[in-house]
Write a protein that binds this ligand. Structure first.
Ligand code: XLS
Ligand code: NI
Ligand code: NI
Length: 462
């Protein structure tokens, strides 16, 4: 493929060319100096060990591993050259020829599964175009894709690793410049459908319990040239087709939408949890979809992660989590590894209250900094994220067990437990009855919200 086309393909990965290295690969080990990562406890000073994540340790009735269901992202681990808008990729990937060929795609598979085994992560996620290249024709693209899927299946069977969710990349290729199912061009809609059909087939074959739609370019650059109503109708029609297709092949996995407000488009239709839920409800899709909430997308939307999780949970629609974090000083999706214990505690508090994941998990949709270009940095990055979530889980379990937060909130609303409050909640109160009631009482006396005291209490657990 000519170099212009190739550059376009690598640049959707965000992300620049992997630095070329020698091809004298060891046959069986791609991370020869990295041991299998094990739990050594908080006193260990071994950087290649977990200090807090102890997979079999029981916390709140389940092993840490069962609670957390960690996943690794193929796109970040294997395809992210660590380029940024100002410079090409820096990542050393000695196993990668840098070519968009089937052979190179097949060569990456054992590398990834070795990584999963050594880092002790059970699940992974991928886009179709992460694992295999675009061919000269659509038929050739699919043919190469299914060859790589076959190899992934073999490696899943050999290693016991599992797919968490699959997805299709409907935003990288130039044909998706105006969107995929929201493109004004119906042939592009058809191409998107073809990719999604094949990606669902692959997810089904690999036993993935979930399939994700992230909007990418399903939004607009400007309303001046956009028929928003038509585009959103098309998006809904597309998702209905996916639901129908899954049913027709007996795929019973959970569909997710992953909200994000912008980037690359100016506005994405799936901008946050509330917008997604409204869209799903309006188009009769809510029973078929849950949300995959990403921390950095929440903050881009001007919300906290906790807010996005609670909006989803309140609609019984929290499905899975893309675990990462943004940078307060940079206005884009920096996809950093989650290391903030406050953040992980807040996520785990909600997850524990929800009763944990069913089909979902904590997928590290996160990448190393451009300066962390060595293969071992992949390990440091994931170890940090896993340890941070292990601590978040333990702290959240303690907070729930201790019960003081829940007790405070319960008491704060106790005026609705009886009397006039209970009448309001049960629907028996009316404006007239409340008018009568309010005129017969003394002016309301408020209790303190005690925010600062509770913030101090939270710090006591950390
Ligand atoms: C991009 C998204 C993407 C999805 C999968 O910002 O996070 O990586 O998770 O398409
Ligand atoms: Ni994501
Ligand atoms: Ni993202």
């Amino acid at each position: 493929m000519d170099s212009r086309k190739k550059n376009l393909l690598v640049s959707w990965l965000g992300r620049g060319n992997p630095a070329r290295q020698s091809h004298n690969l060891p046959m069986s080990e791609f991370f020869p100096n990295i041991p299998t990562i094990k739990y050594e406890g908080p006193l260990s000073d071994n950087p290649f060990a977990f200090h807090h994540y102890n997979p079999e340790e029981i916390v709140a009735g389940k092993s840490m591993k069962e609670h957390l269901r960690f996943g690794a992202a193929y796109w970040h681990c294997m395809r992210n050259g660590l380029g940024d808008p100002f410079g090409e990729g820096t990542a050393l990937m000695p196993w990668d020829s840098g070519e968009e060929t089937l052979d190179n795609a097949l060569n990456r598979v054992p590398v990834f599964f070795e990584f999963l085994s050594k880092i002790d992560i059970d699940y992974y996620c991928f886009h179709d175009r992460d694992i295999s290249p675009e061919g000269e024709t659509l038929a050739q693209t699919h043919e190469m894709f299914h060859k790589v899927v076959e190899k992934m299946e073999t490696f899943q069977n050999q290693t016991g690793k599992k797919l968490l969710w699959g997805t299709a990349c409907l935003f990288g290729h130039p044909r998706y410049a105006h969107g995929a199912s929201t493109s004004p061009n119906a042939d592009v809609f058809a191409y998107s459908a073809s990719q999604v059909k094949n990606a669902i087939d692959a997810t089904h074959r690999l036993g993935g319990p979930g399939y994700t739609f992230w909007g990418g370019r399903e939004g607009y650059g400007s309303l001046i040239n956009t028929d928003m109503k038509r585009e959103v109708d098309h998006l809904a029609a597309f998702l209905h087709m996916a639901v129908d297709y899954a049913k027709s092949i007996g795929y019973t996995g959970q569909f997710y939408i992953e909200p994000k407000p912008r980037e690359p488009s100016t506005h994405q239709y799936d901008s946050d949890s509330a917008a997604c839920l409204n869209f799903l409800r309006e188009y009769g899709l809510l029973e078929h979809f849950k949300l995959n909430i990403e921390t950095n997308h929440a903050t881009l939307a001007g919300h906290t992660m906790e807010h996005e999780l609670e909006v989803a949970m309140n609609a019984d629609a929290l499905g899975s989590i893309d675990a990462n974090r943004g940078d307060e000083l940079i206005g884009w999706d920096t996809d950093q590894f989650p290391t903030n214990i406050y953040g992980t505690t807040n996520v785990m508090l909600r997850l524990l209250k929800m009763g944990g994941f069913t089909t979902g998990g904590l997928n590290f949709d996160a990448k190393r900094r451009r300066e962390s270009h060595e293969p071992e940095d992949l390990f440091h990055a994931h170890i940090g994220g896993m340890d941070a979530f292990a601590r978040g889980l333990k702290i959240a379990a303690k907070i729930i067990e201790d019960g003081r937060f829940d007790e405070f909130v319960k008491t704060r609303y106790s005026s609705y437990d009886e009397g006039i409050g209970a009448d309001i909640e049960s629907g028996s109160a009316t404006l007239e009855s409340l008018d009568h009631y309010a005129q017969g009482i003394n002016p309301p006396q408020l209790s303190s919200g005690r925010q600062e005291r509770l913030e101090n209490l939270l710090n006591d657990y950390l």
